[in-house]
Write a protein that binds this ligand. Structure first.
Ligand code: HEM
Ligand code: HEM
Length: 176
């Protein structure tokens, strides 16, 4: 039978990943402005971003696997058909962005001569020094984050509309 509300695991994963994604996007956008000289600070922040990103990638993988094994509760019956299509599409695209960001980040970092450090620990390199491939991954990383931010903004606006205007209990079922 389909559950009527999100489970505790789904709720914890949703809010933990949401909080980390907010921090990771803010950090990513800020760190690309850190000057290259004097050397050190920029590389340090890039390594922090990579370490958080890899942790986030693992959490997202757990969430996707968990979600594949569990159905989401049905959307409120008061929702119009277009709203259901919009909500389901928004959620699916959010999952796509959540997968693409860590993958392109890791792959892009693999196509450089620099080691990938996970909180100081050296990780395996999947690639080799290939500037064109690195540039491609960087472009996908950047383009995806722009789409990701737009989808998150839409997602939050919809959640607030359902909470404050429709009062249909959507936010509550992702809260408690
Ligand atoms: C959900 C996970 C991630 C999010 C939300 C995220 C977000 C961002 C953002 C907003 C930027 C700045 C805009 C840009 O230049 O693209 C950025 C840049 C960057 N990110 Fe990530 N990132 C994630 C995961 C990763 C991972 C796992 C790595 C590497 C292991 C990584 C490596 C980089 C690098 C090297 C840059 C600098 C620009 C470039 O060379 O592409 N990111 N990221
Ligand atoms: C980076 C930020 C966020 C991401 C990536 C994200 C992602 C998602 C995804 C993928 C789902 C679908 C869950 C599933 O059925 O598998 C979801 C559901 C939901 N999210 Fe978020 N979310 C974020 C932030 C937020 C915020 C800030 C709010 C509230 C203001 C929110 C409210 C909700 C609600 C209420 C649902 C349940 C919708 C329903 O089925 O009724 N989310 N979120």
């Amino acid at each position: 039978m389909q559950p009527q509300t999100y489970t505790r695991t789904a709720i914890v994963l949703h809010w933990l990943i949401a909080a980390c994604v907010f921090c990771q996007i803010t950090l990513g956008l800020w760190m690309i402005g850190v000057p290259k000289s004097p050397p050190g600070a920029r590389a340090w922040w890039f390594n922090v971003h990579k370490s958080i990103g890899i942790t986030l990638g693992a959490l997202i993988l757990v969430r996707v696997l968990w979600r594949l094994a569990h159905r989401a509760p049905p959307l409120p019956l008061t929702m119009a058909k277009w709203e259901r299509v919009a909500a389901n599409s928004n959620h699916a695209l959010l999952y796509v962005c959540m997968a693409v960001m860590p993958l392109t980040g890791y792959l892009g970092s693999s196509f450089t001569q620099y080691p990938i450090l996970y909180f100081g620990m050296r990780l395996p390199h999947w690639g080799w020094d290939a500037p064109a491939l690195k540039e491609l991954c960087s472009q996908v990383h950047l383009t995806t984050v722009v789409i990701f931010i737009a989808l998150i903004a839409l997602h939050i606006a919809a959640a607030l509309k359902h909470w404050l205007i429709d009062r249909d209990g959507s936010l509550e079922r992702m809260w408690s």
